[in-house]
Design a binder for this molecule. Structure first.
Ligand SMILES: [Zn+2]
Length: 526
């Protein structure tokens, strides 16, 4: 039996490798060019990839071998399980694949080319964010915020349809809906996740309420309006997923005129990790038509790692490039001797954990003085404020993540319900932000993840929990992170090198000697 598992896995890998690579490349091309042709090729490459994994006989064989525990050694068993799970996630008929890829391409095109209209002018996301972040005029931020939501109305119906189609495929496999299927086939236990999120909700409720008191005071002073007049556009970004300016120090000002690539390279040099090759393959600055977000992609599992950014010298993009290169070094330093299927992080949340860990270095005193070059006299004050910003960021992001996760759970339970009202109910409850009076727009649909990265957001939060646990071990092992080659070695050996040998939970346990424990993250909130 073991021999036939080996053959089955070997043949699957040989067949999927070129399809996988073509798909990654097409994703990249579509993101950097944004042309209809590239988007079309992306759609075709995605459909080919999905068709491969949708193949019914392959899935049945994988399931049968997996259920029979037919693989003798753990290395082979893990590969078989990954084949089985990937095939299971993609079980849908041709008509469904066609409909999904068509809808997704349509929605993707609309997001990519969307520019908010403010007073007859078209503004890209960075320009809208700059207004939301800096303006002191209430009317101006309201206009920019509303402009940023215009895309929602363009894509909302397609997203509802995507949810219906995803649900149909999930129910065929016996799942309640796509939410449950996505978690289960991604090796996340739905009940454990919901339990964990309920705990996070109660643990953050009081500190978040206290933080909001402070933020509301600052924001009402900033705009010269009453606290009762604060609405979603007053919080500094489109979804209030980040910390608005809290104190005296102009954090963005610290990055003015700085070369973010040089800062990032120096940061990774300090860990003994080489990123120049990744940077050289990356697409770093904004252009018309280009994807306005940021991501990292490993084209071939042989070291062709690239990142996409839209760098502007400010705090957000300084942390974003560290984040994306965090994904990058993870991919790069996975043991290339591992079988192809295992040459990847064990889970998306594992790589998000590393990205979050790397991103958080901008709040370290050692980073501020050593890498950014903040003068010593100022560095202590900046560091103190940075720590506060980081704590606030964990609270704000956790509450935002609750909105996203509970929204998606409810959307897949019933895509036809009144999602516009649900969205604002959740925002008011978890983010403690007052809804705009009388607004009946699909503001939830302006968030790209809802459409194109479904049932994904919880991974960011789980990633933060894992990051806090890694961080605790690194501090114990190396005494610090910034400029600590010992910390870099710990990450490369313990975390990156093993690839997907174990599932994410086993990986955390092997790397840190303890299963995932939320106490390390909880500590960062107090
Ligand atoms: Zn990421």
């Amino acid at each position: 039996m073991a021999a036939s598992v080996e053959t089955f896995v070997g043949e699957t890998v040989e067949a999927v490798r070129p399809i996988d690579k073509a798909y990654q490349l097409a994703e990249w091309e579509a993101a950097v060019s944004g042309t209809p042709e590239a988007n079309q090729r992306n759609q075709e490459a995605q459909a080919a990839w999905m068709r491969f994994w949708a193949d019914r006989p392959r899935y049945m064989q994988a399931k049968q071998l997996h259920d029979a525990r037919a693989a003798g050694d753990p290395l082979l068993a893990r590969q078989l399980k990954l084949v089985y799970l990937t095939a299971a996630r993609n079980q849908q008929d041709d008509a469904t694949i066609d409909e999904l890829t068509r809808l997704e391409a349509d929605v993707r095109g609309k997001y990519l080319n969307f520019r908010g209209r403010v007073g007859g002018k078209e503004l890209n996301d960075n320009e809208l964010e700059a207004i939301l972040h800096k303006s002191k005029k209430s009317a101006e931020v309201q206009e920019a915020w509303e402009a940023s939501k215009q895309v929602g109305a363009e894509v909302a119906e397609s997203i509802r349809q995507l949810a219906r189609v995803r649900n149909r495929a999930a129910r065929t496999q016996g799942f309640r809906d796509h939410f449950q299927r996505a978690l289960t086939l991604d090796e996340i236990d739905e009940n454990e996740l919901l339990g964990l999120f309920a705990d996070l909700e109660s643990a953050t409720r009081q500190p978040h309420a206290a933080l909001m008191e402070r933020i509301n005071g600052l924001r009402s002073a900033h705009f010269g309006i009453a606290r009762s007049g604060l609405r979603p556009w007053h919080y500094g970004d489109r979804f209030f997923q980040e910390v608005p300016p809290l104190g005296e120090v102009d954090m963005d000002g610290l990055f003015e005129g700085k070369d973010l690539v040089a800062l990032a390279t120096a940061t990774y040099d300090g860990l003994g990790m080489e990123v120049r090759d990744i940077v050289a393959r990356s697409d770093l600055y904004a252009r018309p038509g280009k994807n306005q977000h940021a991501f990292c992609i490993h084209i071939d599992r042989e070291g062709d790692v690239r990142t996409l950014n839209n760098l502007v010298p400010n705090l957000r993009w300084a942390s974003t490039i560290l984040h994306e290169l965090g994904h990058g070094v993870y991919d790069k330093y996975i043991d290339r001797q591992l079988p192809w299927l295992l040459r990847t992080p064990p889970h998306i949340l594992s790589t998000e954990a590393i990205a979050a860990l790397m991103e958080s270095m901008v709040s370290e005193p050692a980073w501020l003085s050593g890498i950014l070059g903040v003068p010593r006299g100022k560095a202590a004050r900046v560091a103190e404020e940075s720590r506060e910003v980081e704590r606030a960021g964990n609270l704000i992001f956790t509450r935002w993540c609750l909105v996203m996760t509970y929204f998606e759970m409810a959307m897949y339970a019933d895509p036809d319900r009144d999602l516009n009202t649900l969205w604002w109910d959740l925002v008011e409850r978890y983010q403690m932000v007052s809804r705009p009076e009388g607004r009946k727009q699909p503001d939830w649909a302006a968030k790209i993840h809802v459409a194109l990265h479904p049932v994904y957001y919880h991974n960011y939060e789980l990633g933060r929990l894992v990051a806090a646990q890694f961080r605790d071990r690194i501090l114990r092992t190396a005494g610090g992170i910034v400029g600590q080659k010992k910390a870099g070695r710990w990450l490369m050996e313990r975390v990156f090198k093993p690839g997907a040998l174990e599932d994410w939970g086993g990986h955390v346990k092997t790397a840190t000697g303890e299963p995932l424990n939320p106490k390390y993250f909880a500590r960062s909130l107090s």
